[in-house]
Each structure stands twice: as C-alpha cells, then as structure tokens.
Design a protein around this ligand. Structure first.
Ligand code: 5AD
Ligand code: FES
Length: 345
C-alpha cells in the first residue's frame, strides 16, 4: 500500500486495478499516509487558504426524478419554491457585503429558468459585482444554452457526473436519464471555456470499490477544475430511504486521493459531510479539501431545499453561517479568504 500511495503522489496516476486496491485494502495506516501527502500537496499550492462560495439555492422544482434525491419530481411531500430574480440578486448583494466573491446559483432543473431569465440574472449580478465569479449548478441543458449563459458572464459550472459507471448510473436514475448525455454536457462545458466541476456521492446504493476506481480514473483523465464529493445520505421520501449513508471515513480517504491525482483541484468539504458528522467539514479540510460553501439562501426556503435528511445550516442566517465556518476553519489552523478563488495551476 505504501508503495502504491507514493506512486500516486509522484505520478498522479494509477491503473484502475490499483485504484480499486487502494480503496478495498485501505486501513488506518494508508489513510494517514494519504492524508499527510494530500495536506502537503495542497499546502504547496494554496497554503492554508480556504476559499468560500456563497450558495444560493434558487429553486427546488425539478423535472428530473433521480432516485436518491429529496427534490425529485415524484416526491409529493416536498414543498416547492422558486426564488424570483429580484430575490436571487438580493442574496448576491447580501453575500457581497459579507465578503463573498463567488456565487453559486444552484437549483433543480426548473423550466422557469429559461436562458433569457437566467441570462438577465447573471448580467445583473455581474453589473453590480464585476469582480465576482458566478458558478452555475443547474443540471443538464443544451450546448446552446451553456454557450449563451457563458456569454452572459457565467464563469464556472458544477455538474456532478454522479458515477462514472454507466450500469451503476442506470441504477441511480430513471430510464429517461442518460449517462452519455451527462458526460456530453461536461465535455461541452469544458469546450465552452467554463471552469468545470464534476463529482459523485460516496456510498451511494449499489456502489462498489470498482465503481469508485472508475470515478477516480475519470477524474484523472478529465482533470476537472472542481470536484464535489460527499456521502450519500438517504432521504425519507425516496425509494432509497432504507439504504445506508456513506461514511466520513471513506469520503475523506477519497478526498485525499483526489488531491493527489490532481493537485490544483478545488475540492469542497461539502454540507453533506457536515451533516453526517458534526466535524465532518473540518475532517474534509484536514484530508485535503480547500473550499467551503456556506448557504446564502433566504432562511425561509432553506429547509425546503432538502436533498437528503437532516441537512445542516437550514436555520442560520447567512452571516451566522459565514462566522461559524470562519471559526471552524481558524480552530484547525486554516483561514477563510475573500477572493474569487480561481484554480491555481
Ligand atoms: N445524499 C447525498 N447527496 C445527494 N445529492 C442528491 N441527493 C443526495 C443524497 N440523498 C447530491 C447529488 C447532486 C448534488 C446537488 O447533491 O450528487 O448532484
Ligand atoms: Fe452554517 Fe455553521 S456553517 S451554521
């Protein structure tokens, strides 16, 4: 294992079989070594800086029906909401005053948000806060739409690939959703000049060590600017309600590996990680993550954007979330910085 880990740290590449072995034969010792090398690697590029992204959850209305997700269209128990363009812009103003220089507009695939409406919102935020980056996380759209939104000023796009294994993808999604289209979207976003984020859930139903090895191989070849990974957490109103949640341990192990595969990658310690363990996000940072994403959504809608059970930060005001994370990072020897936080390579 030690040999494998040093090989990864030096070459930033392993074979599929080696990634699988790294996962299935992991123990405390391999985990410690990976963590140390990941932290050292990150420190050489980013020091102890942690980037923040202000997350604005613009709508929980979704035409998709991903089986794991609490806002899937079949969930009739979900109280739906949609922010108005004015509310979204107000969130970005509030975030700007709190020091945020990246805004992530995230939402379900809601047909209300046409190119025209989204384009107007992006232009307005950019007009008010020209030095800020805008990240979109709005699912699958056409190439033309991605191109238009990029022209309007969007800088980055997050679209988790969810799993790099087509057969596994089909177990997590209804038949009308397509693995090939998802991968095509990621390629198009890259071609259009977005900084692109992919990602997956750890411990999702039916996931094997081989599937995770495929995710790592995909990351090694695609070299995403960002990579969002967090534990799967069951949601009570989905068909996966009785499946087990992923673990902090495996999520952190994979964060360390991803840092070593692509040293400059922007790697968030996700809300899901903070949900399964009160210090999950801190553990993520200490395993090699370098981004946190506090919630900027209006407090009255936060509980409704429930992708999984018991999501944290649903009662706090934006300023409270920001202060809370500032303190948490300082406690473990890191510093939240107010910069756009582009990838350094
Ligand atoms: N547990 C953890 N993560 C989830 N997501 C959706 N549902 C869940 C869940 N039950 C993740 C998906 C999606 C992102 C916005 O949230 O990976 O891409
Ligand atoms: Fe939101 Fe701590 S980060 S309350």
């Amino acid at each position: 294992m030690n040999e494998l880990i040093h090989k990864l740290a030096n070459n930033h590449s392993l074979s599929l079989e080696e990634y699988e072995a790294l996962i299935s034969q992991r123990d405390e010792q391999s985990s410690r070594l990976l963590r140390e090398l990941a932290v050292k690697t990150r420190r050489e590029i980013y020091g102890t800086d942690i980037y923040v992204r202000g997350l604005i959850e613009i709508s929980n209305i979704c035409k998709n029906d991903c089986i794991y997700c609490g806002i899937r269209r079949s969930n009739t128990n979900c109280e739906r909401y949609r922010l108005t363009p004015e509310e979204i812009i107000a969130c970005s103003d509030e975030g700007y005053d709190l020091g945020f220089r990246t805004f992530v507009l995230q939402g379900g695939e809601d047909n209300f948000f046409t190119d025209e409406i989204l384009g107007g919102i992006i232009r307005e935020i950019k007009a008010r806060h020209s030095e800020c980056a805008i990240t979109l996380s709005l699912g699958e759209r056409s190439r033309e739409s991605y191109a238009f939104l990029r022209d309007c000023g969007a800088d980055r796009y997050l679209l988790r690939h969810e799993t790099a294994d087509k057969t596994h993808y089909e177990k997590l999604h209804p038949s009308e959703m397509s693995f090939d289209n998802r991968m095509k979207c990621l390629q198009e976003l890259r071609e259009l000049g977005y900084q692109v984020g992919c990602g997956f859930m750890v411990g999702s139903p039916f996931q094997t060590a081989k599937n995770l090895a495929e995710d790592l191989k995909f990351i090694e070849t695609f070299k995403p600017e960002m990579c969002g990974i967090g534990p799967f957490i069951p949601h009570k109103d989905t068909p996966f309600k009785d499946y087990q949640a992923g673990t902090v341990e495996l999520t952190c192990y994979l964060l360390s590996i991803i840092r070593l595969i692509y040293p400059p990658v922007l790697l968030p310690a996700t809300t899901a990680l903070g949900t399964i363990n009160p210090i999950g996000r801190e553990m993520g940072i200490l395993a090699g993550a370098n981004v946190v994403m506090p919630n900027l959504s209006p407090v009255n809608v936060r509980k409704k954007y429930e992708l999984y059970d018991n999501k944290i930060c649903t009662g706090e005001e934006s300023a409270q979330c920001k202060d809370c994370l500032n303190n948490r990072m300082r406690k473990i020897g890191y510093e939240i910085v107010t910069a756009r936080g582009d990838i350094i390579r």
